[in-house]
Design a protein around this ligand. Structure first.
Ligand SMILES: O=C(O)c1ccc[n+]([C@@H]2O[C@H](COP(=O)([O-])O)[C@@H](O)[C@H]2O)c1
Ligand SMILES: Cc1cc2nc[nH]c2cc1C
Length: 346
């Protein structure tokens, strides 16, 4: 049974009327107008409240498949980048600081216990290690049923805690060498496609590595068999602890009536699975940007989402979602602050 409710129709209609009455030519605000209406509908309030409390969760984990030649980088980068997020000096850290977005890292199974870090540095890290590295999906399931449940609960809990603490907008990001392989497998399974249409170059692999990665995804899909039709089975067989947690985070936000900005391939793969688990979840999702990964565009299309930005970014970390935040704040500002045409006295 779905626990999902739709954004407020009354607020949507009210916001549309207000948008149409603003001191701007009709349609002149372009997509900012529709975005402002969506935020108002999600908040159930016109004009919408300013988006002051915006939070990103970066879902981090190691992936067994990364030991099988699918990435341009070694798995040790994952833990090193988690340390860089905590130090505030990663790509997403600069963007989050520029746009006043709070960052939390959820470690679902990075091969590093971060025990040498002091309390202050670790304060933005939540450790919920489901297992050390998810299973190599072409050979075995990523997760056992019990591990899947624990990962789902961990992801839902971060969203619940952030919302209880006042978050008005959530963002989802990812860090994990090799994670574009399970993300492509999840999208292929849900959309019933072969890997060749979905797999992309991730961190920048060459042609032979791309062929190898595509083969591994096809092997994983064949190994998964008819379980491909069940979104939870897709997470357990083809996903990972971090991707399962991100899926539950997106679902929890939607069920709590809080909008979420999606990022690149991993975030959108999870959104696609979330929508299959609980249809209607997508009404709470905003596509932050388009990634060059073909699977991300396919998943966005299947979700009926049009990304706000198309900057050729493929960093992950939530960087595209964070970059879209000022666009969202701009949308809210116009619906709040622009005068009405009738007030011009003409
Ligand atoms: O967000 C994207 O669309 C995206 C596209 C390519 C790569 N990434 C990032 O790069 C890492 C995964 O790439 P790979 O090649 O190791 O699978 C992971 O940490 C992602 O955050 C992210
Ligand atoms: C350096 C580096 C930073 C990243 N951030 C997200 N994925 C990444 C992959 C690499 C290799």
């Amino acid at each position: 049974m779905s626990r999902m409710s739709a954004p407020s129709r009354a607020a949507r209609e009210h916001a549309e009327r207000r948008l149409g009455a603003l001191a701007t030519p009709p349609g002149a605000l372009g997509r900012l107008g529709g975005l402002a209406v969506q935020v108002a509908a999600c908040q159930g309030q016109v004009p919408p409240r300013p988006l002051e409390d915006v939070r990103l969760t970066i879902f981090a984990g190691d992936h067994g498949v990364a030991e099988h030649g699918v990435s341009a980088f070694p798995p040790a980068i994952t833990g090193a980048m988690v340390r860089t997020f905590l130090a505030g000096s990663a790509g997403v850290s600069a963007l989050a600081a520029a746009h006043d977005v709070r960052v939390r890292v959820l470690d679902l199974g990075v091969d590093d216990d971060f025990a040498d870090l002091d309390e202050t540095t670790r304060s933005e890290l939540t450790r919920h290690k489901v297992r050390r590295s998810s299973g190599a999906i072409h050979l075995e399931d990523a997760l056992t049923p019990d591990e899947l449940e624990r990962a789902l609960e961990a992801g839902a809990e971060v969203a619940r805690d952030a919302i209880a603490d006042g978050a008005q907008l959530l963002l989802s990001g990812d860090m994990g060498i090799g994670n574009t392989t399970p993300a492509a497998a999840m999208i292929s399974a849900v959309l019933d496609l072969r890997a060749g249409e979905v797999v992309g170059r991730g961190t920048g692999i060459d042609e032979p590595t791309l062929r190898h990665k595509t083969d591994l995804v096809d092997q994983a899909l064949d190994r998964c068999g008819p379980r491909r039709g069940d979104p939870r089975e897709v997470l357990a067989a083809l996903g990972s602890a971090d991707l399962a947690a991100a899926t539950a985070y997106l679902l929890q936000a939607a069920r709590s009536g809080v909008p979420v900005v999606l990022d690149g391939l991993m975030s959108v793969a999870c959104a696609l699975v979330a929508e299959r688990i609980d249809p209607g979840a997508r009404d709470w999702f905003i596509a932050g940007h388009r990634s060059p990964e073909p699977g991300q565009s396919l998943a966005l299309e299947a979700l009926g989402l049009d990304p706000l930005l198309d900057l050729g970014m493929r960093l992950g970390e939530g960087s595209g979602a964070v970059t879209a935040v000022p666009v969202l704040r701009s949308a809210v500002a116009v619906l709040r602050e622009v005068a009405l045409l009738e007030e011009l006295g003409v």
